[in-house]
Ligand binder design. Structure first.
Ligand code: AKG
Ligand code: FE2
Length: 274
């Protein structure tokens, strides 16, 4: 059976499959690119149609028990604290992440978000927003596409991602908490900007941290390698669900075995097809 990926997207608003020279597409992509460049985050509310959102939520609820419970303390740089740094330094500070994660190989093949992720036109659309030439889906049998289900008290501590760009698609919000919080462009290739990072970790960053609402169907592009971000603790009985689509500016990228072990509890893909 074949699925038409475009049927899952609000294409009147976001003409993902249109040719590059289509004026509407050009305008939408240019405006999102400008927002991403200015704010480090671009949001596309209502991108995933409500029926597709509901189908992804049902898939995640059904498959969640097979997912791994990531439960780890580490630095925002996804490493162990280094005692050679002074006390209070970000390289010496650990944060907690507790989240149920469905790895790529556990996402059903007909799950709308998987069908969309594997659609080259979506990659091309995201590349237009990012504006750094071609983008590639991660070549990672576990990490390329993740679905997370965050239950009460689950959290993702302040961190940087190991890929250039992460695209998240909000599927379900929790009753409260579970906010995506981001301090745009906290570091550059040459400057880790540890002072600001320390202030953010200490909860003293004030207005430099932006809280983005979790509206189901919203697609969000963010520069997770440059911008410190977290998900605040979930409260209430409703599990927060998000899809995370991994892209890189270089082909063939894969996360490290350590990161796979922490996040998926294994380093190899399951041999049985889903
Ligand atoms: O769930 C989110 O909104 C973002 C999660 C995140 O930052 C991550 O998994 O690296
Ligand atoms: Fe992240």
């Amino acid at each position: 059976m074949a699925w038409d990926p475009a049927s899952y997207v609000a294409v009147d608003r976001y003409p993902v499959g249109a040719p590059h020279d289509d004026p509407h597409r050009r305008d939408v992509v240019a405006s999102l690119h400008a927002t991403l460049a200015a704010d480090g985050v671009a949001r596309l509310p209502g991108f995933l149609r409500p029926e597709a959102v509901a189908a992804v939520a049902a898939d995640v609820d059904r498959c969640a028990a097979g997912g791994h419970l990531e439960d780890v303390w580490g630095t925002p740089y996804l490493g162990l604290p280094d005692d050679s740094f002074p006390e209070g330094h970000p390289q010496r500070t650990s944060v907690h992440s507790l989240t149920r994660v469905l790895a790529y190989d556990l996402v059903p093949r007909d799950c709308p978000i998987r069908v969309l992720y594997e659609w080259d036109r979506l990659t091309d659309w995201i590349a237009g927003i990012v504006g750094r030439g071609a983008l590639y889906r991660m070549d990672d049998p576990l990490g390329a596409l993740n679905l997370t289900r965050m239950e009460e008290e689950h959290v993702q501590g302040w961190h940087y991602d190991s890929t250039d760009f992460v695209v998240s698609v909000a599927i379900r919000s929790s009753e409260s908490g579970g906010d995506f919080e981001c301090a745009p462009s906290t570091r550059t290739d040459d400057d880790e900007n540890y002072d600001d990072v320390a202030r953010i970790l200490a909860g003293e960053a004030g207005a430099s941290v932006v809280r983005y609402p979790m509206e189901p169907g919203t697609l969000m592009v963010f520069e997770g390698r440059r911008s410190l971000h977290r998900v605040s603790p979930v409260t209430g009985p409703v599990a927060r669900i998000v899809a995370l689509l991994g892209y890189d500016t270089a082909p063939g990228t894969e996360s490290s075995d350590l990161l796979k072990l922490v996040r998926y509890g294994r380093t190899e893909a399951l041999s049985t097809p889903t």
